[in-house]
Design a protein around this ligand. Sequence first.
Ligand code: FES
Length: 104
Amino acid sequence: MSEIGTLADFPHNGSYSTTVEGRSLLVVRQGETFFVYENSCPHTRETLDPMGGSVLSDDGLLLHCQRHAAQFHPQTGECIGGPCLGEFLTALPVVVSRDVLYLD
Ligand code: FES
């Protein structure tokens, strides 16, 4: 397992870019639940967040790619609007142990 970070590194209800062992990741936290994706938009394979900051909407219902406005379901990674409609972010399995988030 590779450590992504402590839970305190990822405050509630937001998305966070990080790099683990050379992989660019997008960590999404909703309450106590985490979803981790490769930070690679299916549209161009570039990161979703070139401008920085969270790409999770304030209501927590959508992830918005900052490049061309694709919208993704935060819990499945499915593109539900925009140029990559029907494609998916690549989800990565994670585990939480003793307040640390790991790639499984
Ligand atoms: S790169 Fe994400 S919508 Fe184009």
